[in-house]
Design a protein around this ligand. Sequence first.
Ligand SMILES: [Zn+2]
Length: 363
Amino acid sequence: MKENTRLRYHEIYPRIYRIILPLPGDKPGPVNAYIFTGKTVTLLDTGTLKTVHILEHALAQIGISFSDIDQIILTHGHIDHYGAARKIIEGSRGLVTVAAHEEDKSLIEHGMEVPRKQFIKYYQLMGVPLIFQVSFLLIRWLFSYMAENCRIDRFLSDGEKILMGDYEATVIATPGHTRGSISLYLEKEGILFPGDHILGHITPNAFVTLEADFDLPQRMSQVEFYDSLQKIEEISPRIVYPAHGEPIQNVGSTIAMFREQFSLRQKDILSILTRGEYTVYQIGRKLFPDISGKRLPLEIFLMVSEVYTHLQLLQKEDKVASYLDKGALYYKINNHKASALIYRAEKRGRISCSVYASAISCP
Ligand SMILES: [Zn+2]
């Protein structure tokens, strides 16, 4: 099997190569792109625009140029997964087709799910101070230097079969991390490529989903994320190759760890609400008191997303209630429903409290 540690690529299965591409920051860590050589040369995710030359160099070592690639499949619409796709299309003189799920179309083709004004309104409802609203928009602008948007030629849907290299893959819709996240499963070989839906070293964030015409997100990302995990559990892959980090041999125990972390996080939030009525931002700062540094606006975004998506579910189960005050949403505990679930302090410290792409830690 071909292997080159200097260029950080290696053959994970006959004619399937993992290429490791750098990404700033230590979480979630470098991006794994996968190239399937053979009948239908397929690139699964591309890394950012900033690492397109590293990708090109690694592919050349494997004996592939951009014009040899038949299709790019994108697991989801985040910049570290689609950022270099346009450059590859240009490098192939437009011969490469791009395939992704339709629900991530606006992220991949335009970079944003909703207009900026609507995003600001959401942040106000979450009680986020103005300084972080402005600085987060600045970060998004900086992000645009790491990716070029590109058109999607083919929409993939759940259950569809697609040829990747010499292998037949099944598309599995696994919404939660984004609404259009997909996993690719080589059934005969028992190999799953879940994108960011399952990572071995951190819990992926079930990102809040903003929608046009609604000030507050309607879809429940956490519920979708865990429903999607159930799907993966049912197919029980032999090995999982995620989009960041090392392969996962025992996916069942990784999923069990996600579930434990999920329920402890909910109990933590309820515990905070026994002490007062707070906005999403205020709950987040109590839950993650240590966040700081130059990535703070991004950490605030992740924190708000994490807390709000949990509150959505707690509210649906009638364990918390919310009310509007001076343009911000406040949450309070619904005691008789929640008291049985309040988090017991002695359980703390058993789990990792980091969230995706952040250095947030337990209180
Ligand atoms: Zn992602």
